[in-house]
Ligand binder design. Structure first.
Ligand code: PMP
Length: 396
């Protein structure tokens, strides 16, 4: 008997063709209780930057757990790791550690509200910033006290809204990863930076997905635009619970005890997650992994794009770095895929045919595919499957 409410723990529907009894992960694979191996193209929603059961991470956890793993006192590692992040992330004058991406975004919004003495939040259509009421920003999910919304990459509309000076903050992912992978148009982020300065609006980059995946300083470093506040999670601790809110000292010092903004959480700054985070940064320092996964991303995007043209399919692939989205029934999208009439049925067929070849994609094209160095060993198998599946789809 499955006593999970609704049988699941996530709002994302799991296709019938997918395994529902995963027990282990290894490199590029998830493995079910029958021993069947599947190539994982979702990689823990992007958290598993090095793939499953990375040996260095296993070693780190094994070593640290022996020394005790949870304390109600200040730890050395939280101070040391905050200094590491301060040096790496352009906006990180001050740092706080939390547990989930949702928490980090909630704290950032709270600090922005206190700092500006304004209540309203502006965000983008189709964005996702966590489970708390103030940040539900998806169509169909707009609660009464949720944010106002503009189109991602629509500079004119965004500037017009911010110029009303109604908003405590503008909250967005610098590369949108929750509405298909949608990079920013040139100058969009800088235009937001300028108008937020002009109107004293707090600019928040939610780097829960992009942080540590694009490079060590996040998408803010890649695009050369420094937000006032920023949030990180997922890849920073490779699947262990850790999030970060960081930014300008004057805003961050709104938090208790220097200010009055409430900030708490039993598992915040969990020492095991911080130990993993420290190892993650060490592994990324020489830049080899980022250049390897970006190369894999470029290779796969261009392979899929040629396969789509060869089969004359009404489909597209887009993304950047080690992230991509494939969608049917639409051309390249600049405002996020939730603004397009994409063909979910065709995507369902694609997902099913890929699963028959033991390759698991995110079940919705609004999600992003995440590549890790471990995909290098199976890239030819993935490309062959694309060739076969897309040419079968041509004949449907
Ligand atoms: N922000 C972004 C950009 C996210 O993608 C997510 C989760 N997918 C969150 C915030 C919320 O993070 P969590 O699920 O850890 O609360």
């Amino acid at each position: 008997m499955n006593y999970l409410s609704g049988g699941v723990n996530s709002p994302i529907p799991i296709p019938e063709s997918y395994p529902n009894n995963i027990i282990t992960g290894e490199g590029p694979y998830v493995i079910d209780s029958n021993g069947q191996r599947y190539i994982d193209m979702w990689m823990g929603y992007g958290a598993l930057l090095f793939g499953h059961a990375d040996k260095d991470i296993v070693q780190t956890i094994t070593k640290h757990v022996k020394n005790g793993w949870f304390f109600s006192y200040q730890t050395k590692i939280e101070k040391d790791f905050s200094a590491v992040l301060h040096d790496l992330i352009p906006c990180a004058e001050r740092v706080r550690f939390a547990t989930t991406g949702s928490d980090a975004v909630a704290y950032a919004i709270r600090a922005a509200r206190a700092y500006t003495s304004r209540d309203l939040v502006l965000s983008v259509i189709g964005g996702y910033h966590g489970v708390h009421e103030a940040m539900i920003a998806s169509e169909g999910l707009a609660y009464k006290n949720g944010p106002d919304l503009v189109h991602f990459n629509d500079t004119r509309e965004s500037l017009e809204a911010i110029r009303t000076k109604k908003y405590a903050c503008m909250l967005l992912e610098p590369i949108m990863a929750n509405s298909g992978c949608t990079p920013p148009l040139p100058d969009y982020l800088q235009a937001l930076r300028n108008v937020c300065d002009e109107t004293e609006t707090v600019l928040i980059f939610d780097e829960v997905v992009t942080g540590f995946r694009t490079n060590l300083g996040g998408a803010q470093k890649k695009y050369g635009v420094t937000p006032d506040l920023s949030t990180f999670s997922k890849a920073i601790a490779c699947g262990f619970p850790l999030s970060v809110v960081c930014g300008k000292a004057s805003i961050m010092e709104q938090f208790i005890p220097t200010g009055n903004v409430f900030f708490a959480g039993t598992f915040n700054a969990h020492p095991l997650s911080l130990a993993v985070g420290t190892k993650v940064i060490e592994k990324l320092r020489n830049g080899k992994i980022h250049s390897q996964i970006t190369k894999l991303g470029n290779r796969l995007r261009s392979f899929i794009s040629s396969a789509i043209s060869k089969c004359s399919l009404d489909a597209c692939v887009q993304g950047t770095d080690s992230m991509l989205t494939i969608a049917f029934g639409c051309k390249d999208f600049i405002h996020g895929i939730r603004n397009e009439k994409f063909n979910q049925k065709a995507y369902d067929i694609f997902v099913k045919k890929m699963a028959e070849r033991s390759i698991l994609f995110p079940p919705l094209p609004t999600e992003t595919v995440f590549l890790s160095p471990v995909h290098e060993a199976v890239i030819e198998k993935i490309e062959k499957a694309f060739d076969e599946v897309l040419s079968e789809m041509k004949n449907l």
